[in-house]
Design a protein around this ligand. Structure first.
Ligand SMILES: [Zn+2]
Length: 506
């Protein structure tokens, strides 16, 4: 993710427009995001007597959260999702969807009961291995209870099918106002970091459970759908168009997107056989879109720095709605119309290696996303503008952090809360952490460390401890003190000594 001071700027613009601006993300009809809370139902019709006390401690009950340090209720325990097959249709007049999500999972413990995350929406039917299953809801927790004869054994594969409908409501997240399914004038965009995926499909909503995806999305003509992965040509039936996308590489739920709008599609070959395909909202000026002309070159630069690009498609979805940030949705990045600067594009493409392919195992390690993507900005800047520009960037980052330090506002980037996880310190002191590592071990070992880390944890999850272990293994140095000082301790360490930048990373 990348955000600057645009939220403030937009707030001022919106205030100046008297709040009637068509630019605002449309919260039409937004009620409480958990408006289905406490509704207990069952399918088939007979209620199963599942209650809050029913087996909460039992050995065959999957946990209602994975215990993430920042978001303990996110995700669920007891199973590992392999694949999501999402089929949905969208009505442009009402904004409602009708969907069926089929999940292929493997039990990681004996299971008679487990949870999915789903916020709002009405459930029509749930089956597990094609057998009807009872369910109940409490906020965004959807609890599914199996008949005794259908209980699952450890390592047993199983399928869950959830049919549902309704108008998705975004999920409130203080830092970004709203996340998840955002219905704006002219279309829909999904931006879910950190836990907005549950606003539009039932999901194990935590980055530690990555899975492949297939999307089948039906919309009225002439809307265009953009999602993650490989697109096939839309199929028309009457007034409707059905779009399919296949995303075979494991993906964290916060990186899943579909966007519905009046896009035109631009394709070009990228390096190493990667297809670059961009979805641009009609009417955006060519000057806004100029930064995307350099994606192929950026991928080439980052391939040299980080190793092979992890996916077979790359590109952008630029929407005509004022979201004040860009989000590194896997293979196809979502950009608001004024988040299209060259450095932002470089940041989001660097995320494809760090965040998307290698995903933090928990949200407290968010610097592994943002510090690395911000370092991508530096590598691109040096490539484009030379070493001096890179040195200036490092000094600007350092000065901003030093100023915070003097005001007593500094918070190390490895110590975050839901309120501070997207603070600039995470980005810039995170990037300075990498720069300090580079100045300590030298260019050759530094890029060897980045490439080893990107390769070893590709398509999976990693922790800060994993990155430190790779750094020590490759360099042969004890680096605990360096990482502790930069990530976890006050005060801000001295600026990493100016060293040589190399534009070619060879
Ligand atoms: Zn980012």
């Amino acid at each position: 993710m990348k955000k600057y001071l645009l939220p403030l700027i937009w707030t001022l613009i919106l205030l100046a427009l008297g709040g009637c601006s068509p630019l605002r993300i449309d919260p039409t009809g937004a009620g409480p995001t958990d408006d289905a809370a406490d509704v207990t139902k069952s399918a088939p019709a007979e209620r199963g007597g599942m209650g809050a006390d029913n087996g909460a401690q039992a050995a065959d009950v999957g946990a209602a959260g994975v215990g993430d340090p920042l978001f303990p209720q996110s995700g669920n325990g007891g199973y590992d999702v392999q694949h999501y097959d999402l089929t949905l249709s969208w009505d442009d007049a009402s904004g409602a969807i009708e969907g069926v999500t089929v999940i292929a999972a493997v039990a990681t413990q004996p299971l008679a009961q487990f949870n999915l995350d789903l916020s709002g929406l009405e459930i029509d039917d749930i089956t597990v291995n094609d057998a009807p299953a009872e369910f109940s809801r409490n906020g965004s927790e959807l609890t599914i209870r199996l008949a005794d004869t259908d209980a699952l054994a450890t390592d047993e594969p199983f399928s869950i099918a959830v049919a549902y409908h309704g108008k998705p409501q975004p999920i409130e997240f203080a830092l970004l106002d709203e996340i998840g399914w955002l219905d704006y004038r002219g279309g829909v965009v999904v931006v879910s970091e950190p836990d907005g995926a549950a606003s539009w499909y039932p999901v194990n909503d935590h980055p530690s459970d990555k899975a492949s995806y297939h999307f089948t999305v039906t919309v009225p003509k002439p809307y265009v759908v953009a999602a993650n992965g490989d697109a096939t040509a839309p199929v028309a039936q009457g007034d409707m168009l059905t779009y399919e996308f296949d995303a075979p590489a494991p993906m964290a739920s916060y990186l899943v997107t579909i966007s519905i709008g009046d896009f035109w599609i631009q394709e070009e070959p990228g390096p190493d056989g990667v297809l670059i395909s961009n979805y641009f909202a009609e009417g955006l000026s060519s000057s806004l879109l100029g930064a995307f002309d350099k994606q192929a070159e950026m991928l080439a630069v980052f391939t040299q720095a980080f190793g092979p690009y992890p996916f077979d498609v790359a590109g952008a979805i630029v929407i005509d709605s004022p979201i004040s940030f860009a989000l590194e949705t896997q293979t196809r990045v979502i950009y608001g119309p004024f988040m299209t600067g060259e450095v932002v594009v470089a940041h989001e493409l660097a995320h494809q290696w760090f965040g998307d392919s290698v995903t933090p195992a928990s949200w407290e390690d968010i610097w592994l996303n943002e510090g690395f993507a911000t370092y991508g900005e530096l590598l691109w800047t040096v490539h484009e503008d030379g070493e001096e520009s890179g040195q200036q960037m490092v000094h600007q980052w350092y000065q901003a952090r030093a100023n915070e330090d003097r005001l007593g506002l500094a918070e190390p980037p490895g110590v975050v809360s839901p309120a501070s996880m997207f603070n600039r310190v995470v980005y810039e002191r995170g990037a300075l952490t990498l720069h300090a590592l580079r100045m300590t071990v030298g260019d050759d070992l530094f890029f060897q460390i980045l490439q080893t880390y990107a390769h070893r944890f590709a398509y999976g999850n990693a922790s800060t401890a994993d990155f430190i272990a790779v750094s020590e293994e490759i360099s042969g140095q004890q680096l605990d003190d360096l990482f502790n000082a930069w990530l976890y301790e006050d005060p801000l360490p001295d600026i990493p000594e100016a060293g040589l930048f190399r534009a070619d990373f060879q």
